[in-house]
Design a protein around this ligand. Sequence first.
Ligand SMILES: Nc1ncnc2c1ncn2[C@@H]1O[C@H](COP(=O)(O)OP(=O)(O)OP(=O)(O)O)[C@@H](O)[C@H]1O
Length: 514
Amino acid sequence: MSPSGSGEDVEQTPLGTPRLPAGFLIDGWELGAVIGSGGWGTVYEARAVADGTTAAVKVLPTGALAPGQRAALGELVAREVRFSAEADHPHLVRTRAVCTVEAPDQPALDGAIALVMDRAEASLRQVLEAAEGGSPAPEAVRILRGVAAGLAHMHGAGWVHGDLKPANVLLGADGEVWLADFGLATELDGTHAHLPPLGTLDHLPPEWWSQRTGAEGTVVRPTADIWAFGVLAHQVLAGGIHPFPGATARARSLAAQAYARGTAPLRLDAGLDDDWRRLIGDCLAPDHTTRLPHTAASLVTRIQRLSGTRGRRRRLPIAALSLVGVAAAAAVGFALLGGGDDEDLKRGTSPTVTGTPIVAPGEIPEDSDVPESLRPVFVNAARRCTDAEVTPALLAAMVKAESGFDVNAARPEAEEYGIAMWTPSVFRAWAVDGDGDGDKDYRSPPDAISTMSLYVCWLDQQFKKEHLPAEDLPALIAAGYRTSDRTVIEERGVPERVKPHVDKVLRFLAAYER
Ligand SMILES: Nc1ncnc2c1ncn2[C@@H]1O[C@H](COP(=O)(O)OP(=O)(O)OP(=O)(O)O)[C@@H](O)[C@H]1O
């Protein structure tokens, strides 16, 4: 985004086209400041000269683009214009007029297409970015219902949106929820359509990666929008957190592909309640076929039920609030959304979706001795690793063997401190800010346990690379944490001197995984 209230006509948009000056007139609409620029257009504030009605005007230059750009973008602009003009639903942003820019003194913009739209207050992306402490977007459930209803309308009309993401959900001043940005919208031909290979990595379904791009582009189906809705719903309810771990969109998309191949479990945010967990799990079914029954229309009905009298209130023990950072903030924030029955937060359960567990084995059972305040910490820490061996249960078993869950544990003679018994110099090399307080501290359980997850993830990968026996990986990981990767690899097994410790970890793990 590049907001500007300037009237300077020399300023450029990211597309390299000049910005239209404030006061510029397009068919009776007077432009104001730039709201933002996207891949192929710039959006301006605007008001009607006749009666002051406010609007947003998206200017889509076509002529000024370099020849290479023009071929790719011309089709997108045409799609956007066509779908915007035809969109007519309370949950699709309304296009009031499609005009042509007349600016003979600015050849780059002369003849550009301008879409005059209802003006939104903000996009969902802005709302998620502003949400404090990772809490859910205000009115999360109502927003999600609007998004699902917009999708259901599009699918019913034989269209696929193709680029659903928080930036393309607009929120109006009176609480309206609109899907926007139809540049990648496309019409179904039978059960699928073709799109140019664009879109947003973070919201693309895993099957997209295994498809070959044909002459017409990539096949897309309504189930691609359903996947994107699952990702978006998780982001909205879990304070912006993507359901797949990774620091970059590419890493998250690899994690999603690993999950779809069955080599990594789906680990949704620990603060989600069971109904939402099931709904998101359904949307994130690993392939087109298993996602097929979960239509946008069925999601509208389910969300309707969730936002009615069965709204939930969720509580976390006070102790957890100081420990679990983002997860706790998300869960507590959620309490504000519901009202209704005073249901306690249920964690550590494994609900099923069409017979498939959506939370992998490796969860910590509710009646275990793992302190309740630490369970979300283990769950969120384990989400940092997509390798199946690194589960909340394994991390909990290791921490129990290390410190007995004692936050103040210390073995000064060995230079080991805190709940995960980190040696400070080693900790520093791997440190993760698990509680989001801007500091990486081995005495903070979320920091120590998140860092442990990252480190043991790496150990796990080293052992796999060396083809150590897969069934021994939990034992080897526990041994590697006590010794080093090299020691375990050289001995091709658990070194004798750490066997008692490793046996302890395996006993605890077996108790959690019974
Ligand atoms: N009708 C509208 N009212 C208010 N703001 C809008 C409206 N339409 C778009 N915007 C905002 O204008 C900016 C640019 O939007 P645009 O659709 O061009 O790009 P984008 O969605 O950010 O990116 P891309 O199109 O590349 O995916 C965004 O910040 C978007 O939220």
